[in-house]
Write a protein that binds this ligand. Structure first.
Ligand code: HEM
Length: 488
């Protein structure tokens, strides 16, 4: 990039910034916690871990405040009632998503499920959901498929022979295999080279996502060399997805998601229906489902195990419950879920406290709107701060920052289902994979505790509960020992 180009970029950014500052001041946008800098806005003010900072800004500014990411306005919504009023009661206004940087590298903008809006999003989401239902979403067939994968997972873990092991990689392999087998009709051998390449690229994708987000706010950064690596990464994932589609699309529509999508598209076209179903949307939906369905579940499992190492009394109570309610004669199945109240409570408590997607997935305002007398200009980003609900002391009590599964159990010993428990988001864009994720979490974690005693590598020195602030809040890498329990 030469100096003239650089000068033009800086000059244009200043003009854009001045325009935004001037117009937004007169528009009464929600308050900023601190004054934004020219060009970069609050990007340099944001700390590496923004969670405590957002909490502090909420105390300072109230339930709604503004942050400038470059010249882009991001409005942060806090508090359960305000989040519900905005994203559920006014879903028509607040259900769109912005187009993100990666779309550019797909050769087509705004395709698939996660980063689309309007009619296209509605059709792609509804097709994805109805197709996934055919393959067992919300039914026992999916649970059986997951259970089969869990048994491979436990065998892999057993191979650690009680030596220190980091379970993250094995867990990603296993959860990715479930979604890949639904999409393509085929489960992969863990050593399959294409599968290993896919997992590696997904890991790179997730770890470089913050960098990717910055490019969304400063498109000129795409000319810097580091960015090319990201582009290459996305292209590699896309090529693997294309290969999945080529190999799966001509199979029986009952065999896999891809073939079923293609058959449905052909039938809509044949009957003269106007449809957004095409190869590009299929490609991007497959990409979305693998990305959204792998990292989130894996991260939650890794958090649960970390809590078990730090709270051995909770682990013992879960094991005792499994022993009493199920015994060791068979692995827990989905029909056992209602019996394991304490385990279910511990899973909920993990999701609440770990809050792995603290600001959910960002939305965009497609027209100028008002919230509590503030103006939210067209094109602004808007995010529900799930942390502000999941960690709220007014909802969960003064020990909201302590891991305590009992808070989800009522006086009669029944599982509580508070409406403020929103780790899967809210409104029309609520997680599409919620039922699958819940089934996975129950089957993986019940089997894990039934089969192994989870121990820290150094007795009485459990790994710290630190995390890395990526696209999800990932526990810092840690090891543990898995000691097989005595089975009768
Ligand atoms: C513990 C696991 C999971 C958590 C905590 C989680 C959480 C979330 C959250 C917070 C959102 C954004 C919702 C919003 O904008 O309000 C989301 C969206 C989404 N999730 Fe999940 N998720 C999980 C597992 C899964 C799985 C297993 C799948 C797929 C098989 C999946 C697919 C999706 C998709 C496609 C979207 C975008 C929905 C849309 O924009 O219409 N998720 N998820």
């Amino acid at each position: 990039m030469d100096f003239v180009t650089l000068g033009l970029i800086v000059f244009t950014s200043l003009l854009v910034y001045a325009h935004y500052r001037f117009t937004k001041k007169s528009l009464n946008v929600p308050p900023c916690p601190v004054r934004p800098w020219p060009i970069v806005g609050h990007l340099l003010t944001l700390k590496a871990d923004q969670r405590p900072q957002l909490q502090q800004w909420r105390e300072q500014c109230g339930d709604i405040f503004s942050i400038y990411l470059g010249s882009k306005l991001l409005v942060v919504i806090n508090d359960f009632d305000l989040i519900r009023d905005t994203f559920v009661k006014r879903a028509d206004d607040f259900s769109d998503r912005p187009i993100m940087f990666i779309d550019e590298n797909m050769g087509d903008l705004g395709r698939g499920i996660v980063f689309t809006s309007g009619q296209l999003w509605k059709e792609q989401r509804s097709v994805a959901l109805s197709t996934l239902r055919k393959f067992g979403f919300g039914k026992n067939i999916l649970a059986e498929r997951i259970q089969e994968e869990v048994s491979h997972y436990l065998d892999q873990l057993k191979d650690s022979g009680g030596k220190p092991v980091d379970i993250k990689r094995i867990t990603i392999e296993s959860t990715a295999n479930i979604i890949c087998s639904i999409l393509t009709g085929k489960r992969f051998d863990y050593n399959d080279t294409t599968f290993q390449r896919l997992l590696l690229e997904i890991e790179v994708f997730f770890s470089s996502n913050q960098q990717a987000a910055v490019v969304t706010f400063f498109p000129f950064l795409k000319y810097l060399p580091g960015h090319q690596k990201l582009v290459q990464n996305v292209k590699s994932i896309i090529n693997i997805m294309k290969d999945f589609i080529v190999k799966s699309k001509d199979k029986d529509p009952e065999d896999n998601f891809i073939a079923s999508y293609v058959a449905e598209r052909d039938s809509r076209i044949a009957s003269g229906e106007t449809t957004t179903m095409d190869e590009m949307n299929l490609l991007r939906s497959v990409f979305d489902l693998i990305n959204a369905g792998t990292e989130t579940t894996t991260t939650t499992i890794c958090w649960f195990v970390l809590y078990m190492l730090n709270y051995p009394q909770v682990q013992k109570k879960i094991y005792d419950e499994i022993n009493t309610q199920i015994g060791s004669g068979h692995v827990p199945g989905i029909q056992d879920r209602p019996k394991l109240v304490y385990l279910n409570a511990a899973i909920k408590e993990t999701q609440r406290l770990a809050s792995i997607l603290p600001q959910s997935v960002v939305r965009i305002c497609s027209k100028t709107l008002n919230i509590r007398n503030y103006t939210i200009p067209e094109g602004s980003f808007i995010a529900p701060n799930l942390d502000s609900v999941l960690l709220d002391k007014n909802i969960w009590g003064s020990d909201a920052d302590v891991f305590n599964p009992d808070r989800f159990i009522d006086a009669k010993g029944q599982l509580k289902k508070p409406e403020e428990f929103i780790p899967f988001g809210v409104g029309r864009r609520v997680c599409l994979g919620e039922s699958m994720a819940k089934t996975e979490l129950f089957l993986y974690l019940s089997s894990l505790i039934q089969r192994f005693h989870l121990l820290p590598v150094h007795p009485d020195q459990p790994p710290p509960m630190d995390y890395i602030h990526g696209i999800t809040m990932i526990p810092k890498p840690y090891q543990l020992k898995l000691i097989e329990r005595n089975h009768t």
